[in-house]
Each structure stands twice: as structure tokens, then as C-alpha cells.
Design a protein around this ligand. Sequence first.
Ligand SMILES: Cc1cc2nc3c(=O)[nH]c(=O)nc-3n(C[C@H](O)[C@H](O)[C@H](O)COP(=O)(O)OP(=O)(O)OC[C@H]3O[C@@H](n4cnc5c(N)ncnc54)[C@H](O)[C@@H]3O)c2cc1C
Length: 330
Amino acid sequence: MARKSESRKTVSDRRTSGSRKSVGKAPAKTGTPAAPPAAPKIKFRGKLLENEPMARLTTWRIGGPARYLALPADSEDVARALDLAQERGLPWVVVGLGSNLLVKDGGFPGVVIRMGKGLDRFEMKGATAIVGAGLPTPLLARRTADAGFAGVERFVGIPGTVGGGIFMNAGCHGAEFAEVVTEVTVMDPKGKIKQLSRKQIIFKYRSSNLEGIVLEAKLGLGEESPTKLKELQGKLFRWRKAGTPFDQPCCGSTFTNPSGTKTAGMLIDECGLKGFSIGGAQVSTQHANYIINKGTATASDVLKVIEHLRKTVAKKTGITLELECKIIGV
Ligand SMILES: Cc1cc2nc3c(=O)[nH]c(=O)nc-3n(C[C@H](O)[C@H](O)[C@H](O)COP(=O)(O)OP(=O)(O)OC[C@H]3O[C@@H](n4cnc5c(N)ncnc54)[C@H](O)[C@@H]3O)c2cc1C
């Protein structure tokens, strides 16, 4: 259980301390019978924080603390974070930019592994992009467009990481990651790394059968004029600005679109729920599938809004909306 009263502290920070600190309690002194056994020491190149609020790490700006927050500097750190969870009998979860994530108010009582800097490789080999899971997707879209390669240019407005995008099979404007992924490198919960070819991966609408942690991927792209690609990106950006509350705290689409002709947003709108709010959480008046944090929203407010939308839409249309965003924590 995450202890809210504990202060946040850096238990390992190469950048501030200059030396590797170990995570773990000090060995028990002789003669102190109640002391628990010393936890194994863990070397960590990146940062390992305790009781870190997750609100800063999600685009909803909501969420209680992570018992441990690991910011790995490389794939060995990712394996060390998994070891930490295993040794302490804690759950773990991998996150990217938290742009599709609701962290409950009690926080996550285990190890949150956040993929970012250090795991954000970007390299073009011919028309193949080799990209780290921690690379922001908008950067991927811009860099490939600048280099004159098409395939991911339309993802410029998806504010997550490549790892989260591949796991979720994120997409927009008629394109999705599934179309360009040719190979994915994953780490399993035991820290073993393996390469999966495209044939081994099942992608569906906003989901995949990927397990473990996506570390890296190869994407097959095609040549295209940078000017043309950048023009398209400008157009799509203007579309987002006009049609979605993209600059307000939210997770993008809350629900997946059901099969049929009507989107989740249309169904919610037709039920008269635009602007509906509980506490600090409100259904956007601009796009009904977006729930925005008006500044004071808690996860509990958002969950209540979600529940109300699902019940009302089911009652009025017979359609059960399914969540696109992921919920973690207690
Ligand atoms: C304003 C806005 C607009 C958006 N527009 C779109 C859109 O047009 N299309 C779209 O598809 N989505 C959209 N989204 C949702 C979101 O950006 C995508 O789903 C994105 O791909 C999530 O990436 P992330 O790194 O933020 O993942 P997170 O939110 O951190 O995590 C989401 C899920 O992915 C898993 N995950 C994250 N990283 C990894 C990894 N390395 N390995 C394995 N699993 C991992 C997490 O465990 C979690 O289950 C939007 C969100 C916002 C806020």
C-alpha cells in the first residue's frame, strides 16, 4: 500500500549524487530482533524515486503516488526495476507519457517504470526507422517527415511515447501503428529480451497482444517529400486545435468507438451529456468523448463521470461503451 504520509525522496540519482546509491533498508544491527531482513541492493543508472505523485506524469494531471517510480536510463535499468518489484513482492506497471492513463487517487502500490530519455533512440536505416519505446510519438512523426519518410506523419498529434503507441496500436486519420511495425523488441517480466516479428504480433483496434515491456521497434516507412508531409501535419494540427480540447488536461478519447456508424463521441453528444460534470471532471463541450480536468478533478470524479456516461448511453441506445484509457492504482 502506498504510504501517503511519507515524503518523496530520491533513492538513487546518478545525476545529482554522482555515485550509484543502493535501494534497500540498512542491514539490521546485531541485537535488534524486530528489524526486517535487509533488502537486496539495487544499482540504478537512472532515477528511482519513492512515493512520487503520478499526477505530474499523466496528461489528465491526476493520480496518487507511485510507491516506486523508476526512470530507467537504459534497458538494464528496466530489468533492475523489474527485479525490485519481484524482490519486494510488488506489482509493476510500465508507462510512457501517461496520455492514456487514469491513475487512481490512492496511487500505485508498486513499481511504475516510466519509459523516456535514454530509451528514446531514433535512427533511420534506409526506409526503416529504429525507435526506442521512450521516444515521444510527435517527435517520431516530425523527424521522419523531416527526413522524407511517410508512414507515421499523421501521428504528430498523439501525445504519447512510441512504446505506449505500439502497445495500444494508437492511430488517427486512418493510420495506425500496426501498418508500419515490422519488428518489436520486448522485455518479459523476468527481464529476458526477445525480438518479435510483425507476424507474431496481433494488432486490433487500439490494442495488441504484446506482453511485457516494449523496448524498441522497427518501422517500415516509404519515401515522400518532406514539404508534402509537413503541409499535411500542419493541416492535421489545425484540425485538432479546432475540434478537440487537446491543450486541456485529458486522455484524448475516453472510450473506443463502437462498431457501427456512430462514434462514442456522437453517442454521448446525442444523450445530451456534453458539459456534464462531477467535481472537477467535465465532459468536454468541444468533443464529447474527451473528459477534461477543470483543475481540481480527482480520479474518483473521472470514474463517476465515466460510469454515468456508460449507463446513460447504454440505457438510451443499447450500446455499451468500452474504455480506451487504462486505469491503474488503488
Ligand atoms: C490530447 C490527446 C489526444 C490523443 N489523440 C489520440 C489519437 O489521435 N489516437 C490515439 O490512438 N490515441 C490518442 N491519444 C491517447 C494516447 O496518446 C495514446 O494511446 C498513446 O499512444 C499512449 O502512449 P503513452 O506513452 O502516453 O502511454 P501511457 O498512457 O503511459 O500508457 C498507456 C498503456 O500503454 C502501456 N505502455 C506504455 N508504454 C509501454 C511500453 N513501453 N511497453 C508496453 N506497454 C506500454 C501502459 O502500461 C498502458 O497500459 C490522445 C491522448 C491525448 C491526451
